[in-house]
Write a protein of this length. Structure first.
Length: 250
């Protein structure tokens, strides 16, 4: 099922004090397991005018705001173009997911250029991001016992495995789970759809299976990292540098 982005998302982006290069939806809506009360994670890139880059008074590299509109809780974070490109050259899965998200609120020719260059930023070291992120989400699950961090853990590991094996980014859990011997995932997604903090409950067998699968997927990701044909270093650095320079001059 394709998520329909509400009009308030575009309104939130239009309210940014600088023009947006792009804005996309991240979080559980992108991952395929949003609940009725999930907030809407909007991730954007803005471009500062030249005088706020080279002058004594420089503009903000990061903009953040939270608000509720028409019953939708909006979480908006925007990075300035140069900062975003620097982050894109690091093994940062969050940034990669933002630029390549299929849920696009607003776009531009510059966004299209970033999308084209993003695959050249992927390295084997993105595996560290996904292994670390999964570890944090699993620790959260062990503390809270809710369905959300369990789903996040599975999604993160599966995204990392797919990225290491194919060099392609896929974040939708319903797309990733089939074929990975995780038959309970549709049920967990259905349960989370009822509420953001839906508890897993006292199903001991399911908890044990989930723990076993997380350990298995961690090992699979580590093996995929060791066997990947992805490079050690990003190859799009020079192109991103010129993209930022041209964007400034124009």
């Amino acid at each position: 099922m394709i998520y329909q982005i509400p009009p308030v998302a575009a309104d939130a982006v239009a309210a940014l004090p600088y023009p947006a290069v792009f804005a996309t939806i991240s979080g559980s809506h992108m991952y395929g397991f949003a609940s009725a009360d999930s907030d809407l994670d909007i991730r954007a890139v803005h471009r500062l005018p030249l005088e706020e880059v080279i002058g004594l008074r420089t503009g903000p590299e990061t903009l953040q705001s939270s608000r509720t509109r028409d019953g939708v809780e909006l979480d908006v974070v925007s990075q300035e173009l140069a900062k975003f490109c620097r982050l894109l050259l690091r093994p940062n899965g969050h940034i990669l997911e933002q630029v390549l998200s299929p849920l696009v609120v607003t776009t531009s020719d510059l966004h299209a250029e970033l999308v084209a260059l993003a695959p050249g930023c992927v390295t084997r070291y993105h595996s560290h991001h996904y292994l670390g992120f999964a570890k944090g989400q699993w620790q959260l699950f062990e503390r809270e016992g809710s369905v959300k961090p369990a789903l996040y853990t599975l999604r993160v590991l599966l995204t990392g495995i797919h990225l290491m094996r194919t060099g392609e980014l896929e974040c939708d859990l319903p797309t990733l789970a089939p074929g990975m011997d995780l038959p309970y995932v549709p049920d967990l997604i259905e349960r989370k759809a009822r509420a953001e903090k839906e508890p897993l409950g006292s199903d001991t067998a399911l908890r044990r299976q989930l723990e076993s699968d997380v350990q298995r997927l961690q090992r699979t990701l580590e093996q995929a990292r060791d066997e990947t044909k992805l490079p050690d270093r990003p190859g799009s650095g020079e192109a991103l540098h010129h993209l930022v320079v041209q964007a400034r001059l124009s």
